[in-house]
Design a protein around this ligand. Sequence first.
Ligand SMILES: *Cc1c(COP(=O)(O)O)cnc(C)c1O
Length: 745
Amino acid sequence: MSDGTEPLPFRFQVTGRLSALLKEYYVALDSKHPRDVTAPASGADEVAQLVTGLRRLASNLWWTWNEDSQVIFHELSPRGWQTLYHNAVAVLQEVSEYELKVRLQDPSLARRARELLKSFDAYLSETDTWGRKNAPSLLKNPVAYFSAEIGFHETLPIAAGGLGILAGDHARSASDLGIGFVGMSIFYREGYFQQAINQDGWQTDYYVRLNPESLPMEPVLDTNGEPVVCSLDIDLSKVYFHAWRVNVGRIPVYLLDTNRPENQQLYRDLSLRVYGGDNTTRIMQELLLGMGGVRLLRRLGIQPSVFHKNEGHVAFLALELIREKLAAGMSFDDALQATRRQCIFTTHTPVQAGHDRFSPDLVKYALHELLPHVAPSFSELMALGRVNPQDEREPFCMTVLALKASRAANGVSELHGHVSRLMWQCLYPRKAPADVPIGHITNGIHLLGWMKGPVRSFWKRKLGPRWDEGINSAAYWERMLDPEFVSDEELWALRYRLRRALIEFARRRLERQGQRVLQHDFIAFDRILNPDALTIGFARRFAAYKRAPLIFRDIDRISTMVLDDARPIQFVFAGKAHPMDDAGKTPLQKILQLGKSTALRGRLVFLENYDVHVARQMVSGCDLWLNNPRRPMEASGTSGMKISCNGGLNLSVLDGWWCEGYDGTNGFAIASDENPPSTEEQDRIDSENLYRVLSEEVIPCFYDRDASGIPRRWISMMRRAMATLVPQFNTWRMVQEYTQKYYLP
Ligand SMILES: *Cc1c(COP(=O)(O)O)cnc(C)c1O
């Protein structure tokens, strides 16, 4: 602690007049609260503690689902919060230690910081958790959850889409529930690509290098304070890796990193980009994560009771478990059986082409050194990834390995479970499709992570400071049905606030986009989008089966609806196509071009660089969430779930989760042909149905207003959606189901 004689801790950025002012201020504060060495002033002590506490808070992702923390970080540096893209660690680096101390002399800020840190500590030390009561054995031997991508927040963009966001939400709920859980993924130092649209409306991509020093993660160190380094033989080389630890509330997520001086550049770059490079990079990344991840856990003394493979990418973890057992003298068959008992597997892909497959040559090459340690022969290794082990030309399929080396498997919605059983019946030729051992657990979302400011303030007003208790329960959301608890007028005002916030956000974003792209094209950005119009959102990966442009199939018909002055509709689109997927970039370009056409200009907008932040704005601000995949190709879909807790409604094909969620009163369904003669015909039928629902049900429901301008029917549907969907489609329920059904033997 300072005794008043050491120099004041100025940082070099703060110079000149500002520095002098701060110094004066601090000296003045000091004289107001004199400190002396014999009786240390508790004020300064406490401030120092608050500073340490805020740094500790910034380095735990708990703040990403606690908005009070975000408010404080924002307040500390409003511009930094914006330019550093809501990165709390970087904000605290930008604000000097000295400034922090001065600012925390403000009693109101200090009080709020103190309360915040108290609830943070209470969260961390909570012992009365669901997990302790219902799954105590996992506290000692945790679940090890492996996922090739994991998305928590926009500052750590290491997810490509829904799979990764789901993994992040899974981890956050595992923390909330207090179950024994560790996550495992890769620190991709260039993350997933950033999207910029060029003048032709074509997607271009670029990468930004992430700096671990200013991210909420810390290096994994041994007792001597040295990085823990492990290695793995890949092809003919020894590849070294270290790891980062991300604190997600109460649980750790480890991210592997091959960027080490001992490695050749090729291997350093294994952890460069999410799904980067070709199939060779891919198989090596998957070896690193699967086998390397198990090695790291062993090194850290963590003995998981169950390994959860989130999608086939991570299935190589089974090879490491087999290797350990072979090394201990077990036979290959026994090792495989014992490994099966340790693993469970979640499949996410109802499309054959979506499953990772590697040619026998590539497997032979990548596992060159490892092979003798993981299987008695090459053909026995290949058999683990083949439907027909006798077929020498059959590639090695990661999903097949995952299924063969797990004691249980599941799809991510009821319908997807069914589709997966049909798809993989070939592996169980003696079983009827219904008996194929693949069950289902329907996906969810982490509610507090997806509820935005105005919605939180709404609940806080209703329920007080402990408003979020029981937020995942049915009783909590049933209140939404009660007009005494909340009036139509209040709900409608809330929707206006959220829609307005989205429109402001979109205008700011489009202005920035426009300045770059539309150099000669003047647009009055403040007139884009209409705060009174029915706002339809569509944001997801631009994969062909998701059919982003379906609603524009009959452009005259949709233009008429858009241009109806009495009952206008408008669209906000976003989403990335994979950098190598031109079939995904073409529909994206089509949307952008339509947005420039006279009819749709200013009423169909595309927001660049879809990520968690853009998603948060869109799922809260849109009235209606459009989802029209080619059934049954959407395994679950989760973006539509994020809409419900914010009072939005879904308009969706009865695919994935919506098949379970829709009950006729809580949103809208687009009928879809089960067995279309062709995809062209399927598109035609589905778009006809879409237009019909839109013009006959959705638009009238939204614009049918009473004398005071309130759409009573729409609001009653909002109430139904919140009461029936939110308590069901969240990760609190989902992780409990995983725990009871699969984690506990
Ligand atoms: C929720 C979310 C997704 C998944 O959306 P789907 O509807 O499942 O396609 C993808 N990306 C981001 C950034 C998300 O927040």
